[in-house]
Design a protein around this ligand. Structure first.
Ligand SMILES: [Zn+2]
Length: 299
């Protein structure tokens, strides 16, 4: 696993602008990587505080780390369409509706932030004017996606405990490219549910969402996923999973929450193309409305 974090000091920038920049980078990098590759690469995330913004990442394949560092050093084309998409995501995250008051000025501020080097703790002296205005509170709609494995095969249950991380990512990437949404993450562990299923949930906030459309998107994403083409990336994932010392005690959680006794070595050994394909063939999805309490409990 190649993991790391980068920061920029942002004291002199409007905090909403810095937050927009963080989400723009994450969105733009995922798009540039392409859906299929992005599905199995690891993660890029971020967090914007008052004084600093952070980008963190973890890659299973060292080649992707190179793409990421190359991406960060390239000049970005801050286009209006993606700026608005990134803004929709922070609307949902902050539960506030934002409006851009001056797009040209906003792009020049994004460029100014872009030109500041990473990991150097030095603020510029001049405070910049605000270009994002809060207009009104909005209440996003929340959904929970439950993914179930319909199988009695104990080996598939074991493999699903980890493969679900990849499945979740594949679905999230497709959601991101189709709907403005903000994911609150997903259950870290597969939970034993209704006797024979392993499943997990996650909560997404949307501006407006048809449950049936999301259900179809989940089903089609899995149906169209080219396992053979992505198998090398998936193998990298399981190779790291088998060896990574920080993940060795995850087996205690597997036992506690799912009742499945296994270990990382066994799971990695089960990750053959045939087993992975069987899991993909035996998944079903449920989309349900999530209330605020469920949403907050996952934070
Ligand atoms: Zn954010």
């Amino acid at each position: 696993m190649k993991a790391g974090a980068l920061f920029k000091p942002i004291k002199n920038f409007d905090n909403n602008l810095a937050h927009l920049y963080e989400h723009y980078l994450i969105l733009d990098f995922h798009r540039k990587l392409g859906l299929d590759t992005a599905s199995t690469f690891g993660w890029v995330g971020g967090k914007t505080f008052e004084d600093y913004l952070f980008i963190d990442y973890g890659f299973y394949n060292p080649k992707i780390e190179k793409s990421f560092t190359d991406y960060l050093s390239q000049k970005k084309d801050f286009n209006e369409k993606q700026i608005l998409e990134a803004l929709s995501i922070i609307n949902l995250e902050d539960k506030i509706k934002y409006r851009i008051t001056n797009l040209e000025l906003l792009i020049s501020q994004l460029e100014e932030l872009e030109n500041m080097p990473w990991n150097i703790d030095k603020n510029s002296q001049k405070p910049l004017p605000k270009v994002i205005k809060q207009i009104k509170q909005q209440e996003p709609s929340y959904i929970t996606t439950t993914i179930k494995l319909n199988s009695d095969d104990p080996n598939l249950h074991k493999l699903f405990l980890r493969f679900k991380v990849i499945i979740d990512d594949i679905i999230q990437r497709n959601l991101d490219s189709n709907y403005p949404n903000y994911s609150q993450g997903f259950s870290p562990i597969t939970i034993w549910n209704e006797g024979k299923y392993a499943d997990f949930i996650k909560v997404n906030a949307f501006e407006a969402v048809e449950h049936n459309a999301i259900l179809k998107l989940c089903q089609n994403t899995i149906k169209n996923f080219d396992l053979e083409k992505n198998y090398q990336n998936i193998k990298h994932h399981f190779d790291y999973f088998r060896e990574e010392p920080l993940w060795q005690d995850v087996q205690i959680d597997y036992y506690k929450y799912s009742g499945v006794i296994t270990n990382n070595q066994k799971i990695a050994q089960l990750a053959t193309i045939d087993n992975l394909q069987q899991i993909l063939n035996k998944l079903s999805f449920e989309i349900s409305k999530t209330n605020q309490d469920d949403f907050d409990s996952l934070v």
